[in-house]
Design a protein around this ligand. Structure first.
Ligand code: QAP
Ligand code: CO
Length: 167
């Protein structure tokens, strides 16, 4: 297992569209393990492969209190969405920034699990937000993209300043 480097907004590689996984093989299981370890170490509740510069449709999520509820989504597809909710989101690629985004209240997602087996899940609340947030990453979209131009500019400036300080 390994902790992977997370790309920081506004890194242009975050705008890459991820490709579907052809086969859930040992290399994909390894990627999932490393992504999970990276997410838990951060700590975070969700991570998309895009954020670790792997442009394949793989997501890990764990919204449980005691970090024992790992959920893996490979090649996820939103087959239904319903209602709307506002949620204050953050992102491991945009550290220190939390902003409210409006998304569907419930979503139905079809995906492959870690064994390559298809499953369907209906999610609501935080899990639904998290699935939509991470699926956006696979399409090259960051939650900041939903904010006003003014907020986006301010966040970019703040992130660049932060990057200089850490360099
Ligand atoms: C996406 O985000 C999410 O700024 C997952 O300094 C977030 O795990 C979906 C994190 C909220 C729904 C609601 C962010 C950690 C973690 C930070 C995360 C930070 C340290 C974000
Ligand atoms: Co994110």
């Amino acid at each position: 297992m390994a902790i992977l480097d997370i790309l920081n907004y506004p890194d242009p590689r975050l705008y890459t569209v991820a490709k579907p996984v052809k086969e859930v093989d040992a290399s994909i299981r390894r990627l999932v393990e490393d992504m999970a370890q990276t997410m838990y170490a951060a700590p975070g509740i969700g991570l998309a492969a895009t954020q670790v510069n792997v442009h394949l449709q793989v997501i890990v999520i764990d919204i449980s209190e005691d970090k024992n509820g790992l959920q893996v989504f490979i090649n996820p597809k939103l087959v239904n969405k319903c209602g709307s909710q506002d949620y204050e989101e953050g992102c491991l690629s945009v550290p220190g920034v939390y902003e409210t985004v409006t998304r569907a209240e419930t979503v139905t997602v079809e995906a492959l699990d870690i064994n390559g087996k298809p499953f369907t899940l209906e999610a609501e609340g935080l899990l639904a937000v998290c699935i939509q947030h991470e699926m956006d990453h696979l399409q090259g979209k960051v939650f900041v993209d939903y904010l006003s131009q003014l907020k986006q500019t301010r966040i970019k400036t703040r992130m660049k300043k932060r990057q200089r300080e850490f360099a």
